[in-house]
Design a protein around this ligand. Structure first.
Ligand SMILES: [Ca+2]
Ligand SMILES: [Ca+2]
Length: 292
């Protein structure tokens, strides 16, 4: 049986490597991370297919930004950027979620570049955020000037040396966004949507390099109590949650306010529950009796 398992494992590893041509980027980013942990949803347009092959995507949008990029020399590595295609979109998931801290909270990197006398070749993207992956809030923008869109600011900074702190927009470049602009305390998902149809016809589509979180909810920071029928938690607003059985399969659960600012989340049976409130997130495991 051990031999069979080993053969299966080797076959699996071979399959993963055959599918991915991007070296260390082929392994998923583990949470907690400042980088997105997975592609939540996507739909790529047809005008341009750079980096869309399964050996490159989604590896090219997860993990660190293209380190060879400078403001005058954009990244053109299919292991690092993917073309969205006209009207295409990609939504990325962050764990822990991005939080609204002082100033910008996340930065989106396309591969625009400087040329001539101060001009920038840019390709625009609309940026939206969501807490539950269902309801999205769009950052305000001007489709004439491009203000408020991503894909406008080159990666890196002029005359910089040494490794870039990707969480400092003054040296990382890219387009930084502040959750307070759209009135959200936190967001688990960021979606970028190609908006080059508003630009000159030589723009085929925007290319996503990656997104970095600057502020995030702290893990394991909530006041909670595990009881026989559920998890009790203090929160001024109804907490969001996800629940899985011990095989990692999503299961249903209910959330109910049992006193002012006190909520109970009730799954059934052995469960892992991850809870999000405006002030933090918490993951707990417990065995919960049937609801009465
Ligand atoms: Ca902020
Ligand atoms: Ca990238």
């Amino acid at each position: 049986m051990g031999g069979a398992f080993a053969r299966f494992s080797l076959a699996l590893v071979g399959f993963v490597w055959a599918q991915c041509a991007c070296g260390p980027r082929c392994w998923p980013v583990a949470s907690p991370s400042i980088w997105p942990v997975r592609v939540y949803s996507y739909q790529l347009g047809s005008s341009q297919s750079f980096g869309q092959d399964p050996q490159y995507f989604p590896y090219n949008v997860l993990g660190e930004i293209c380190t060879s990029a400078t403001p005058t020399n954009p990244c053109a590595d299919p292991c690092q950027v993917v073309s969205l295609g006209k009207g295409g979109f990609i939504a990325l998931e962050f764990d822990p979620p991005i939080a609204d801290g002082p100033g910008p909270d996340f930065t989106v990197f396309e591969n625009p570049f400087r040329y001539g006398s101060g001009q920038v070749f840019d390709e625009w993207m609309i940026v939206s955020v969501s807490q539950d992956g269902i309801n999205w809030v769009v950052f305000p923008f001007d489709s004439i000037t491009g203000q408020g869109l991503a894909g406008r600011t080159p990666t890196g900074c002029m005359g910089c040396s040494g490794p870039i702190n990707w969480q400092d927009p003054s040296q990382s470049g890219g387009d930084a966004f502040d959750l307070s602009v759209v009135g959200l305390a936190w967001a688990k998902y960021v979606r970028v949507t190609d908006a080059t149809s508003w630009q000159p016809p030589d723009r085929l589509s925007a290319d996503l390099d990656g997104i970095v979180a600057i502020h995030q909810l702290s893990s394991n920071s909530l006041a909670y109590q595990i009881g026989p029928t559920g998890v009790t938690i203090r929160s001024l607003v109804q907490p969001l949650f996800e629940a899985w059985n011990l095989l990692g399969q999503p299961i249903s659960a209910e959330v109910r306010e049992i006193g002012e600012g006190t909520w109970i989340i009730r799954p059934f049976g052995p469960a892992v529950v991850r809870i999000y409130t405006p002030t933090g997130m918490q993951q707990v495991k417990g065995f919960f009796a049937p609801m009465d």
